[in-house]
Design a protein around this ligand. Structure first.
Ligand code: ATP
Length: 310
């Protein structure tokens, strides 16, 4: 059985799920089509304006009823204690819903770690959506999103999926209908800490938030060339000096035929926009000659969290 969790449909998902003991879930990554740092707030956080789009590179999670909450993964660099975002999501929901249940989470990482693609955040969203069903909680999506903010600023986005403009620290969302695009993701096989990149931001890298409106308009035309022309990431300026490979991956993508390329989130993954899905696959083939890891992916206009089977 395949059940997609579209916006506003979490109630229907819970129907008849009282006996569910096991769920298999795909949790999709995201890219930032634009990311602007507007300023630094008195609380030390940066004010952002960003446009995020879910893409079909997904982690796979299996949730099973268990006496306690635990997570298992063989992925290098991913903790299995309470630092793991998937486990933190389970513990936070268990406490907030006041249930006396546990879950065993088997996490198969396919999204590169600390890569600017929201891997940990989508895992957390998958656990919230999955446990809402496994534990038969019937929480509305809005309540899950509220709890999600306490886990990380990108987590609410994954509960909604599709495309959205994020403001504030990125967590105040306004959904968009998005567009079906073929993209190529390139990762240099090293990790970058989000905190480090934000630490490198200077006021000279601030901008006024106007780019989000441009990319929203471009998405509405469904023309990949228009979307490619409006890509922007203010954090790339902060990351490029320390990690010259970011500029090299960007240049390689455009040389291989991408219409435009930019870093996603706090990097180091860079993505390029292709004319079509077919061209995305061709670009990916051209890019895999180096030591970089590459994927041809499609943007997802529907749910980022998909329950595949029970
Ligand atoms: P950010 O959301 O900060 O932009 P990111 O998407 O670039 O992060 P993640 O893959 O979420 O990066 O990893 C960030 C850090 O979180 C990693 O260093 C890792 O140790 C830790 N982490 C905790 N839980 C997870 C998880 N479920 N999957 C991946 N990393 C996790």
């Amino acid at each position: 059985m395949t059940v997609s969790v579209a916006r506003g449909s979490l109630r229907t998902l819970s129907k008849g799920s009282g006996n569910t003991r096991r769920l298999v879930i795909d949790a999709a990554a995201k890219v930032n089509l634009t990311l602007e740092v507007l300023n630094k707030r008195p609380d030390g956080y940066h004010e952002l304006s960003t446009v995020m789009h879910a893409v079909d590179l997904s982690d796979r999670l299996v949730l099973e009823d268990a006496p306690v909450c635990e997570v298992h993964t063989s992925a290098p660099g991913v903790p299995t204690d309470e630092r793991n975002l998937a486990l933190r999501a389970a513990l936070a929901l268990r406490d907030a819903a006041k249930v006396d249940r546990g879950v065993r989470i088997a996490l198969d990482k396919r999204i590169p770690v600390a890569a600017g693609l929201g891997g940990g955040s989508t895992d957390a969203a998958a656990v919230l959506v999955g446990l809402n069903r496994l534990w038969d909680l019937r929480w509305p999506e809005s309540a899950l999103e509220e709890l999600a903010i306490s886990l990380g600023m990108d987590v609410p986005f994954f509960i909604r999926g599709g495309a959205a403009v994020g403001t504030g620290r990125g967590e105040q969302l306004s959904s968009l209908s998005g567009s079906s695009l073929g993209l190529v993701l390139v990762n240099p096989r090293f990790q970058v800490s989000t905190a480090e990149i934000y630490g490198r931001v200077t006021p000279a890298m601030y901008s006024d938030g106007g780019r989000a409106g441009q990319v929203v308009k471009a998405l509405g035309t469904h023309r990949p060339d228009r979307v490619a022309a409006s890509l922007y990431n203010g954090l790339e300026l902060a990351a490029r000096d320390a990690y010259p490979q970011i500029g090299q991956m960007r240049a390689a993508l455009t040389a291989a035929g991408a219409l435009g390329a930019v870093m996603s989130g706090s990097g180091p993954t860079v993505f390029g926009i292709a004319r079509s899905w077919e061209q995305a696959r061709q670009i990916r083939t051209r890019m895999t000659r180096g030591s970089w890891e590459c994927w041809a992916v499609r943007t997802l206009r529907g749910a980022a969290i998909r329950i595949r089977a029970t």
